[in-house]
Design a protein around this ligand. Structure first.
Ligand code: SF4
Length: 115
Protein backbone atom coordinates (compact mmCIF):
# COMPACT_ATOMS: atom_id res chain seq x y z
CA UNK A 1 0.00 0.00 0.00
CA UNK A 2 1.20 3.49 -0.79
CA UNK A 3 1.99 5.39 2.37
CA UNK A 4 -0.62 7.93 3.32
CA UNK A 5 -3.25 6.61 0.95
CA UNK A 6 -6.43 4.91 2.13
CA UNK A 7 -7.18 1.65 0.37
CA UNK A 8 -10.47 1.03 -1.39
CA UNK A 9 -11.59 -1.81 -3.61
CA UNK A 10 -12.69 -1.20 -7.20
CA UNK A 11 -14.27 -4.47 -8.24
CA UNK A 12 -11.27 -6.67 -7.66
CA UNK A 13 -8.72 -3.97 -8.37
CA UNK A 14 -7.27 -2.62 -5.16
CA UNK A 15 -6.63 1.05 -5.74
CA UNK A 16 -3.62 1.02 -3.45
CA UNK A 17 -1.92 -0.91 -6.22
CA UNK A 18 -2.62 1.56 -9.02
CA UNK A 19 -0.05 3.56 -10.94
CA UNK A 20 -0.60 6.11 -13.70
CA UNK A 21 1.40 7.74 -16.46
CA UNK A 22 0.66 9.97 -19.44
CA UNK A 23 2.12 9.62 -22.93
CA UNK A 24 2.61 13.27 -23.83
CA UNK A 25 3.29 12.39 -27.48
CA UNK A 26 -0.43 11.64 -27.83
CA UNK A 27 -1.88 14.23 -25.46
CA UNK A 28 -4.31 16.65 -27.16
CA UNK A 29 -4.19 19.14 -24.30
CA UNK A 30 -7.97 19.23 -23.95
CA UNK A 31 -7.74 19.07 -20.16
CA UNK A 32 -10.27 16.38 -19.34
CA UNK A 33 -7.90 14.63 -16.95
CA UNK A 34 -6.96 17.89 -15.23
CA UNK A 35 -10.65 18.57 -14.63
CA UNK A 36 -11.33 15.05 -13.37
CA UNK A 37 -8.33 14.61 -11.09
CA UNK A 38 -6.40 17.85 -10.55
CA UNK A 39 -4.47 16.29 -7.68
CA UNK A 40 -2.95 13.82 -10.16
CA UNK A 41 -2.83 15.63 -13.53
CA UNK A 42 -1.68 19.13 -14.40
CA UNK A 43 -0.67 21.07 -17.48
CA UNK A 44 2.88 22.23 -17.94
CA UNK A 45 3.74 25.35 -19.95
CA UNK A 46 3.82 23.23 -23.11
CA UNK A 47 0.05 22.76 -22.81
CA UNK A 48 0.31 19.02 -22.24
CA UNK A 49 -0.84 17.03 -19.22
CA UNK A 50 1.64 15.48 -16.80
CA UNK A 51 1.26 13.43 -13.66
CA UNK A 52 2.16 14.78 -10.25
CA UNK A 53 4.17 12.98 -7.63
CA UNK A 54 3.10 12.43 -4.04
CA UNK A 55 4.76 15.76 -3.24
CA UNK A 56 2.49 17.51 -5.76
CA UNK A 57 5.36 18.29 -8.12
CA UNK A 58 4.93 17.77 -11.86
CA UNK A 59 6.85 14.80 -13.18
CA UNK A 60 8.27 15.92 -16.51
CA UNK A 61 10.46 12.94 -17.37
CA UNK A 62 9.18 10.85 -20.26
CA UNK A 63 7.19 7.82 -19.18
CA UNK A 64 7.33 8.57 -15.46
CA UNK A 65 4.74 6.68 -13.41
CA UNK A 66 3.25 7.80 -10.10
CA UNK A 67 1.03 6.14 -7.50
CA UNK A 68 -2.68 6.96 -7.69
CA UNK A 69 -4.07 8.38 -4.44
CA UNK A 70 -6.97 6.23 -3.25
CA UNK A 71 -9.38 9.14 -3.20
CA UNK A 72 -8.66 9.83 -6.88
CA UNK A 73 -8.61 6.26 -8.20
CA UNK A 74 -12.08 6.24 -9.73
CA UNK A 75 -11.56 9.65 -11.35
CA UNK A 76 -8.16 8.64 -12.72
CA UNK A 77 -9.69 5.50 -14.24
CA UNK A 78 -12.50 7.56 -15.76
CA UNK A 79 -9.89 9.96 -17.15
CA UNK A 80 -8.07 7.09 -18.83
CA UNK A 81 -11.30 5.72 -20.28
CA UNK A 82 -12.42 9.06 -21.66
CA UNK A 83 -9.02 10.53 -22.60
CA UNK A 84 -9.35 11.63 -26.25
CA UNK A 85 -5.65 11.01 -26.84
CA UNK A 86 -5.91 7.49 -25.44
CA UNK A 87 -2.70 8.26 -23.62
CA UNK A 88 -3.40 7.76 -19.90
CA UNK A 89 -2.11 4.40 -18.71
CA UNK A 90 -3.45 3.05 -15.39
CA UNK A 91 -1.88 -0.16 -14.18
CA UNK A 92 -1.54 -2.31 -11.14
CA UNK A 93 1.92 -2.44 -9.61
CA UNK A 94 2.37 -5.76 -11.40
CA UNK A 95 2.09 -3.90 -14.70
CA UNK A 96 -1.36 -5.27 -15.52
CA UNK A 97 -3.40 -2.63 -17.35
CA UNK A 98 -6.53 -1.44 -15.52
CA UNK A 99 -7.58 1.35 -17.89
CA UNK A 100 -6.16 3.08 -20.92
CA UNK A 101 -4.91 1.93 -24.32
CA UNK A 102 -3.37 -1.31 -23.05
CA UNK A 103 -6.48 -2.46 -21.19
CA UNK A 104 -8.50 -5.24 -22.79
CA UNK A 105 -12.00 -5.90 -21.51
CA UNK A 106 -14.75 -4.00 -19.77
CA UNK A 107 -13.40 -0.84 -18.13
CA UNK A 108 -13.66 -1.06 -14.37
CA UNK A 109 -15.39 2.24 -13.73
CA UNK A 110 -17.26 2.77 -10.48
CA UNK A 111 -20.49 3.37 -12.40
CA UNK A 112 -20.18 0.04 -14.18
CA UNK A 113 -19.17 -1.77 -11.02
CA UNK A 114 -22.15 -0.50 -9.10
CA UNK A 115 -24.63 -1.38 -11.90
S1 SF4 B 1 -7.38 13.71 -21.05
FE1 SF4 B 1 -5.68 12.78 -22.21
S2 SF4 B 1 -5.47 14.02 -24.09
FE2 SF4 B 1 -6.68 15.21 -22.60
S3 SF4 B 1 -5.18 16.51 -21.53
FE3 SF4 B 1 -5.44 14.63 -20.31
S4 SF4 B 1 -3.81 13.23 -21.02
FE4 SF4 B 1 -4.03 14.87 -22.57
Amino acid sequence: MVAGFRSRNLGGVSDDELLVRVDQDLCTGDGLCVQYAPEVFEFDVDGLAYVKGEDGELQLAAGVTVPVPAAAAARVIDSAIECPGDCIHVTERSGKAVAGPDFIGMPQTPSRLSA
